[in-house]
Design a binder for this molecule. Sequence first.
Ligand SMILES: O=C(O)C1=C[C@@H](OP(=O)(O)O)[C@@H](O)[C@H](O)C1
Ligand SMILES: C=C(OP(=O)(O)O)C(=O)O
Length: 446
Amino acid sequence: MPDSASTQPDQTAAAPAGEHWPAPTARQPVHARISLPGSKSVTNRALILAALSETPCTVLGPLVSRDSELMVDALRALGTRIEELPAASPGAVPDLSVTPAPPRGPATVDVGNAGTVMRFVPPLAALADGDVHFDGDPRARERPVDELLRALRALGADIDDGGRGALPLTIHGTGAVRGGEVTLDASGSSQFVSALLLSGARFTEGVHVRHEGPPVPSQPHLDMTVEMLRAVGVDVTTAENSWKVGPGPVRATEITVEPDLSNAAPFLAAALVSKGEVTVQGWPERTTQPGDALRGLFTRMGGEVSRSGADGTALTLRGTGGIHGITADLRDVGELTPTIAAVAALADSPSRLTGIAHLRRHETDRIAALAAEINRLGGDAEELPDGLVIRPRPLHGGVFHSYDDHRMATSGAVIGLAVPGVEVENIATTRKTLPDFPGLWSEVLA
Ligand SMILES: O=C(O)C1=C[C@@H](OP(=O)(O)O)[C@@H](O)[C@H](O)C1
Ligand SMILES: C=C(OP(=O)(O)O)C(=O)O
């Protein structure tokens, strides 16, 4: 079996065959100024809202990567017209013109390994007239959707998942979803709640989602959903563990996508690790993106953050010398964990990262994968049920496996900055959310 087909980390596994990318070491402090592609989370929400809109909508500055392409293909399969507009300048990312149509089946949706596609599209597909079949990468069949399916059924959808509570599945759309009140346990993924809210205004009775169970992760992503819904005229009220969307039209005409701040993580880490300076352009003054937390996290780990530019949207992180360990509850910003863990492995004191049990069901079991790969390079990372303890030790070169996980791959690149001889297996998996990570990384290191 090719290495990239395996998703389960195994500390004892010998380095299997696969494409290995020699991670460049930073021989001197990195000094760079970069523009990052659009946010995955904003792009895929924008596309869903545009598809449900009463009016045509332009999505400005969308991400073009595997996850966004899967979303575009899914919506096209359901009848939405999505066209690229002429690029503003050569090499610029084309904006997207979205012409909505009532969702229709029969259709087949490939979710790849995109959480946003496997969770956000089923509620929209339940509004279709006809059957919609969902499947994805082998790992997608292991990622949780059970609570979402349970909730959708309670709201009136007819779903055949063969009793698995997982992909593959077929939604027998009847052209309408009753909606109403539903209680679910969203501790496995905030995306269950976001999914129901994004399509909820189009359910006959709207939707009132209540969460019961251990805390819901990724609060900023829930805020993003609520904020984007309100921006297109949807009535949303929230209380603790409760979100209510009134029935009514979605009126999206233009949605601008912010740069992906979570994808800023490895680049800012490069400044910290190499004692250099990296500036990310277009960092919003105010945002719901979890990546905004990098400012505080990397400051605690030894960096210095400043803003510049006429509108203050150029954000610079300067490495001041030391890299410090950190004790942090990352429940709200789980997707930053792989980069924080990589930096922690290079720090001058131990780190304890908690609140992230749900990462065990992300693209791979990220807790196990990070521990396995840091330890494979001579480090000392210990798994906790809900996180990691990382005690820095001198690391050596070797293969850093990515487990088909974009953020594992970029973490290997971060460690490689400081440790000669690190080879990242399947760097191409970074295309899930970044169109050309190796290219951008070499530019930054040049
Ligand atoms: O709604 C979103 O866009 C996301 C929510 C989070 O999911 P979980 O709550 O499942 O961690 C995050 O990790 C994922 O990368 C994107
Ligand atoms: C968890 C992630 O992605 P997904 O949207 O597939 O859940 C991620 O990007 O870190």
